[in-house]
Design a protein around this ligand. Structure first.
Ligand code: NAP
Length: 306
């Protein structure tokens, strides 16, 4: 039975929005919007739209996600990542609606030696992380019912992401060099969408809060790239995919210092997920199994990757 009357979903063309959309029908009537239907940089447009639709659940996976570009577009990133969630939360509070919002491991500076818990003090290293943190804080300040899910290293069959980039590069080149001194949990958009649906099924007001939501286990970007090349190579003949030029032993590690980027990234992105399991009864797959699931999923579109 539907738990919500009207669900407003933003960012339908993003990785998480795209994975969520087909699953939300089980929870209620879905109104899904892309950027052309709702520009999150326009606060008045957000207010007008939410007031006319009157949803009892708002899910906001849309965000300014270009981590490096954000360094030169801080105002736009702030409008989309901080002001828009504040306005969505203010409108949700007026309607008595629940707001589901996503945030990031990049709210942390990565200096902690162990996985981050929700109560650890954030200290973003770049504009993207700072604007996402401002979005979290703005939602909390409104008093709206909320689930804020901090996730990390998002990839999937669809969209611009590390999985698809590595397969493309490994098809073109003999060897790859990938950063090996940043550690975190690759998390599939499929896992995020499944976990969101499970959390919503188990949600009541007492479960409102900020949660870390990532596939379990940890690796470096180098470890993730090696696993992608290894698993792809194993599946390649069976799936009739184009072969790769890069052998797994030719995926080498480099340091962050050897791969400078405009935005600094945390060396430790690992996040503890016990709160999500304990309060909402939601557990995610180990990251290697989640990757396997994406590669073998019928939606995996290699044509768009190669
Ligand atoms: N990607 C990651 O590695 C990662 C890591 C940690 C946390 N997160 C968080 O997880 C959530 C989902 O990320 P994702 O990977 O699914 O992001 P994504 O694939 O980059 O999708 C973001 C979506 O936001 C939309 N958008 C951007 N500006 C907009 C605007 N002004 N108005 C309306 N829509 C706008 C984009 O629209 P267009 O399609 O038109 O561009 C896109 O559909 C975000 O909150 C993100 O911050 C992501």
């Amino acid at each position: 039975m539907a738990k919500f009357k009207k669900i407003l979903l933003t960012g339908i063309n993003g990785q998480v929005g795209n994975a969520l959309y087909p699953k939300l029908g089980a929870l209620g009537e879905v109104i899904a919007l892309d950027r052309s239907q709702l520009d999150l940089a326009d606060a008045d447009a957000i207010r007008g739209l939410v007031q006319s639709i009157k949803p009892d659940l708002i899910i906001n996976p849309a965000a300014y996600t270009a981590v490096d570009k954000a360094e030169s577009e801080p105002e736009l990133a702030y409008a989309i990542n901080a002001i828009a969630p504040r306005v969505l939360a203010q409108e949700a509070a007026k309607l008595g609606a629940l707001l589901v919002h996503y945030s990031t491991d990049y709210v942390f500076d990565g200096s902690k030696a162990s996985p981050y818990v929700e109560t650890d003090t954030p200290n973003p290293l770049g504009v993207y992380g700072a604007t996402k943190l401002a979005g979290e804080q703005a939602i909390l300040a409104t008093g709206a019912s909320h689930l804020i899910f901090r996730t990390s290293w998002v990839y999937g069959a669809y969209g611009k992401n590390f999985l698809r980039t590595i397969i493309r590069l490994a098809a073109e080149r003999d060897r790859l060099t990938i950063v090996a001194d940043q550690f975190g949990s690759p998390t599939s958009s499929l896992s995020i969408s499944d976990a969101t649906i499970s959390a919503l099924k188990n949600w009541d007001e007492s479960k409102n809060g900020l949660y870390h939501l990532v596939n379990t286990g940890e690796t470096s970007w180098h470890g993730f790239a090696r696993e992608i090349v290894a698993r792809y190579s194993e599946l390649q003949a069976e799936k009739n995919w184009p072969s790769l030029k890069t052998a797994v032993e030719n995926v080498s590690g480099i340091t962050t210092a050897e791969y400078p980027t405009p935005a600094k990234r945390p060396a430790n992105s690992r996040m503890e997920v016990a709160k999500l399991a304990n309060n909402l009864g939601v557990t995610l797959l180990p990251w290697q199994l989640a990757l396997e699931k994406v590669l073998t999923h019928s939606d995996f579109d290699l044509a768009a990757t190669a």
